[in-house]
Design a protein. Structure first.
Length: 116
């Protein structure tokens, strides 16, 4: 079993930056593909970015390409989401997810609010 804890959310002005972290428990973190999702108020959860187990491949939603960067440090059991040039429409609860084979784990989420 993997437990995920997100951190780094908060209130930021438009154009600002935040870095989210997702720390995983357990010794098998490197086996999992990781993803960042977000759920804006009143909307469905959507995939923002993902990264393969070794960081060799990444995916970004069109809405965040060129502004967000996903990365991971398997030695620290942590995945990151660097968010730059934030917009009000980036406001959401951000979740990380770990997947491997039939296994899937979610974190509890961290709130990101972009507002002046």
């Amino acid at each position: 079993q993997v437990q995920l804890v997100e951190s780094g959310g908060g209130l930021v002005q438009p154009g600002g930056s935040l870095r989210l972290s997702c720390a995983a428990s357990g010794r098998t973190f490197s086996r999992y593909a990781m993803g960042w999702f977000r759920q804006p108020p009143g909307k469905e959860r959507e995939l923002v970015a993902s990264i393969t187990w070794n960081g060799g491949n990444t995916y970004y939603a069109d809405s965040v390409k060129g502004r967000f960067t996903i990365s991971r440090d398997n030695a620290k059991n942590t995945v990151y989401l660097q968010m730059n040039s934030l917009k009000p429409e980036d406001t959401a609860v951000y979740y990380c997810r770990a997947t491997a084979s039939v296994f899937m784990y979610w974190g509890q989420g961290t709130q990101v609010t972009v507002s002046s």
